[in-house]
Design a protein around this ligand. Structure first.
Ligand code: 5AD
Ligand code: FES
Length: 341
């Protein structure tokens, strides 16, 4: 097992069987090396991103997701342009220098490009990250030219058959991947990612994910455990494995030492110390919530999501405190990846 960790650190990729073996059991050395590599590149710094969940309308119907169009129990909301800008203003005061605008695929925002331009003009020293799903090449390009720098689009699974188990007709892995390549070509810093333990996922699917990530070479990878939502077709499925998620974070750190790797809210939902554990496994990003408190509980992708009752300032200081408690430091910075090539 030690030799597999060393091999991964050196070659940044393993064969299918080697990955499966490495992921199959507990391995302290894996975490040790992931932490060491993380410290070589980023020291003890943790980047903070302010997450603004601006709409929970979504035209898609992914089987796992609590804000899927088919969930009639979801109370829908949209933040106005003014409300989004207020979130940024508060975020800036609190020390955020990256704003992540995340939402369902909501065609109602016909002036979205203008919103991005407003943020760009008001905050020239900040990064703007978008996470608004699959769009056309032209839309992505217009958003980039309006001032957005980064784009998060989890691929969800790199295995075609598994993708079909998670999504209804009309959505395809092929288009998902195409979007990611388009975003990269346009010049975005791109983030992909997947859920650990989503229904139907096998170890082979996970290896497919790792190999796809190796091919795409994204700047960021968002992974978190799958957690069932009561109003979805997957309501009776079990949640993803916490330890396996941590192992995957460590593997990703070794595969790409400069990777931006968040310790996600889903990880923090499965375990009260989940985000701390995620950082200790090699993560280097946290994404406290900047959305107005009255909409938070409506952005329920999965059951029991944490941080839904806290003000932005509370989340921010809570996160700082959590990071300090494990020997890390939250920094006020855009938090671009450090180039080590
Ligand atoms: N459990 C965990 N993560 C989920 N996501 C959506 N639904 C769930 C769920 N039930 C993740 C998806 C999506 C991201 C915004 O949230 O990976 O890309
Ligand atoms: Fe919109 Fe899942 S239903 S992303």
């Amino acid at each position: 097992m030690k030799s597999l960790v060393d091999k991964l650190e050196k070659e940044r990729i393993l064969s299918r069987d080697e990955f499966k073996q490495l992921l199959s059991e507990k391995n302290e050395y894996l975490f040790e090396r992931a932490r060491a590599v993380r410290h070589e590149v980023y020291g003890n710094e943790v980047f903070m991103r302010g997450l603004i969940e601006f709409t929970n309308y979504c035209k898609n119907n992914c089987y796992y997701c609590g804000i899927r169009a088919g969930n009639k129990n979801a109370q829908r909301y949209r933040l106005s342009r003014a409300q989004i800008l207020e979130c940024c203003e508060l975020g800036y005061e609190l020390g955020f220098r990256t704003f992540v605008l995340q939402g369902g695929e909501d065609p109602a925002y016909t002036d979205f490009v203008e919103i991005v331009k407003d943020i760009r003009t008001a905050y020239p020293d900040c990064a703007i990250t978008l996470s608004i799903g699959e769009q056309s090449y032209e839309t992505y390009k217009t958003l980039f030219e309006a001032g957005a720098n980064r784009y998060l689009l989890r691929h969800e699974t790199a295995n075609d058959a598994h993708y079909k188990q998670l999504h209804p007709e009309g959505m395809s892995l092929e288009n998902r991947k195409k979007c990611l390549w388009n975003l990269k070509e346009i010049g975005f810093q791109v983030g992909c990612g997947f859920m650990v333990g989503s229904p139907g996922q096998t170890m082979d699917c996970i290896v497919d994910d790792l190999r796809f990530i190796h091919e795409l070479q994204p700047a960021m990878v968002g992974i978190g455990p799958f957690i069932p939502h009561k109003d979805t077709p997957f309501k009776d499925c079990k949640a993803g494995d916490f330890q396996l998620t941590l192992r995957l974070l460590a593997v990703l750190r070794l595969m790409k030492p400069d990777l931006l790797l968040p310790a996600t809210t889903a990880l923090g939902t499965l375990d009260p110390q989940g985000r701390e554990q995620g950082i200790l496994a090699g993560g280097n990003v946290v994404m406290p919530n900047l959305s107005p408190v009255d909409v938070r509980s409506k952005y329920m992708l999965y059951d029991n999501k944490i941080c839904t009752g806290d003000e932005a300032a509370e989340c921010r200081s809570c996160m700082q405190w959590r990071m300090v408690s494990i020997g890390y430091d939250v920094v006020i910075s855009k938090g671009d990846p450090i180039c080590i090539m």
